[in-house]
Design a protein around this ligand. Sequence first.
Ligand code: ADP
Ligand code: TZD
Ligand code: MG
Length: 590
Amino acid sequence: MAVASAHAANSNAPEGDIENLTDGFHLLIDALKLNGIETIYNVPGIPITDLGRYAQAQWMRVISFRHEQHAGYAASVAGFLTKMPGVCMTVSAPGFMNGLTALANATTNCWPMILISGSSEREIVDLAQGDYEEMDQLAMARPFCKAAYRLTYAQDIGIAVARAIRSAISGRPGGVYLDIPGAMLGQVMDAAEGARSLVKVIEPAQRQIPAKSAIDRAIEVMKTAKRPLIVLGKGAAYDQCDDLIRELVEKSGYPFLPMSMAKGLLPDTHPQCAAAARSMVLKDSDVVIMMGARINWLLSHGKGKQWGEPGAKRFVQMDIEAEEMDSNVEIAAPIVGDVGSCCEALLKAMDGAGIAPPKEWLDAVNSKATANMAKMDARLRNNNDPMDYHGALGVIKDAINDHPDTILVNEGANTLDMCRSIVNIHKPRHRIDVGTWGVMGIGMGSAIAAAIETGKRVLAVEGDSAFGFCGMEVETVCRYNLPICTVVFNNDGIYRGDGENWGGGDDPATTVFVKGARYDQMIEAFGGVGVIARSPDELRKAVYEALESGKPTLINAIIDPAAGKESGNIGNLNPQSVVAQRLYPQARKD
Ligand code: ADP
Ligand code: TZD
Ligand code: MG
């Protein structure tokens, strides 16, 4: 029988044996499991504490965090790594709001995730009568996700979960919000009827085959290319069609440039990898094939100095989202479809089309890349005291080369920008970072999800500021005994640790932290291994030991406070007017 109203649920249980009953809690667990979702990233509390307990009792993996934002980031990264929505579960109002940042971040990055939040009772919320943690969560969530649904009756759980999964992973993936009022969880119904109400989602992310006309047009553009380039984005990494991408890149012979989370789709050491000649290929190329990468701020919107002569370049773009085309620049050959299907169609059409890049272009790219790599290599081999970014990252580079199956997580400003360009990645989806927003605090949630979802070792390279946003989750790392080695690049601050108060007052500068902070002691508080590394040699010993032992480890890598640049590689995005130059001798001269 169907349940008529939330409040009636528990008092008016259906007649019959209690053994033949189920409830909202268990229907939700059954609905997730039926659809292959086995893990929940969660922070307990009213009204979902028991939901977590029951899920664990039903052999789901329930990973409890210290803060919902990190549970949410973990769920979104689980979505990126598995092509199935990661699930984050929170309590109402404040817990929900903490999770919402991660939901918005998932949607921005095009990663599938479902935020399930307990909520207060509708009739009280709607009359603003001041319920415990009252908030109209459904309305709040809507602008930050692809879809938002609220459950009122337990009998609708099956259809709502199916809908949420399909919304999250069909088309361009993104975040979905599912609102579960507390009373709904307690509703009971006949177990057999409950089982029948569950829905298994059939092929939620169907292949999107591109139109033949789109492929033909792309081939025509490619035939004209004298200086072609392929740009791989995290949409291509997400698609898990690694062999097809490799085939396309190799058959075309085009140089390729991976965006940060597409690194490893083909190894960074592949002979066609143009990462070390990035500025040159962006500027000088004449035809650019974008594969699952948006032409957004990360690529200077396809305009400006970085891109050479305005209008001199033609773009081919593969994307599952038709509306992405022409977002910043004209796309000469839009191909709407999933990256795998686009590659397959293009590969067929390339047969006999005479597509081969001129040798002069390949030689020019190669010699630039080789020269840049040689320059960089020399800088990485330093044993400077105090340690600088290059000395420390030379060690991280070796560690990943020697342990290529390790997933690298990376955030910070200088710590991010330099690590991205220095450390080679050898396998698809083995680098997770700050994504499209450049958000700080993704590190620990991402590292935890990577360890849980793949069972692999994780190396998290974190700026000290970035780490501060999520550092308490080292307790979570220790509690679940995860094979995560966190290296905090401790330069005493944001960008640099040597800033001063421009007014001359006693307060520290806005960008600096306590000098000589003992981040290594944080993990020791929870039984993990803490190490201080003051030189590349010490760092090498500590990182290799951690990767080999798999023990939860935090290495406090002491970096010269004067080594970093303001905002890393994107200082140009900082606004400033002439007024600053009039008022402050320290102001940038730009
Ligand atoms: P990056 O930051 O690596 O440049 P973006 O996040 O900007 O990458 O772009 C990813 C793009 O990939 C988005 O436009 C998204 O629509 C697209 N995308 C996501 N999944 C797929 C897929 N399976 N096939 C094709 N495109 C996809
Ligand atoms: N808050 C959030 C959520 N995201 C952000 N990106 C920022 C603030 C601003 N921000 C950056 O863009 S980088 C950064 C902040 C605070 C920290 C950089 O310092 P770090 O790295 O210690 O992590 P380096 O190596 O010192 O540059
Ligand atoms: Mg720092």
